[in-house]
Design a protein around this ligand. Structure first.
Ligand SMILES: [Zn+2]
Length: 161
């Protein structure tokens, strides 16, 4: 799923354990794999490749690459911002941030793996790819269903408070 969705889910889970940052970190990280298993939409990248057999070692600083990084950066910042806006209180802000961050982290590791496909990174990547849904949703239905999913998780977490 897109990083914003991962961050909202990670933040939502963290909001249930607002004074346990370590639990929020572990649960956030695990949530990434759990929701990637659901068929979903992902935005296309023009230059960066992720997933099975991906290799970004030859990545050049073309406008396509910069556009990809800009989209990913906006997605990640929007995700963190939304998670904090929806769930953080003065006391829980760091726990929410940690949950949102670790929920997005596996996709960053996926990128690092395309540069250094070794050891633990390789094991995590294999698991990520294995659990990631092979059914891609497309178009308006893809975007709408992910928006609905993120909204539903946020509402569910709010109702627990
Ligand atoms: Zn993922």
């Amino acid at each position: 799923m897109i990083l914003s969705t991962h961050a909202i889910v990670g933040g939502a889970i963290a909001s249930l354990v607002p004074s346990h940052p370590a639990a929020a970190a572990i649960a956030g990280f695990a949530s990434h794999f759990a929701i990637d298993a659901i068929p979903h939409w992902d935005y296309p990248l023009r230059s960066i490749s992720l997933g099975k057999g991906a290799n970004n070692r030859g990545l050049s600083f073309s406008s396509a690459t910069l556009t990809d990084f800009a989209i990913i950066g906006i997605d990640a910042c929007a995700g963190l911002g939304l998670a904090l806006w929806m769930f953080a209180t003065a006391a829980s802000i760091w726990t929410i941030a940690i949950g949102a961050f670790t929920a997005m982290l596996p996709d960053a590791l996926q990128f690092v793996h395309t540069l250094y496909p070794r050891g633990l990174l390789h094991a995590v990547q294999r698991f990520h790819w294995w659990i990631h849904s092979k059914r891609a949703l497309t178009g308006l239905f893809g975007v709408g269903s992910q928006l609905a999913f993120a909204g539903m998780i946020a509402a569910l977490a709010k109702s627990f408070h």
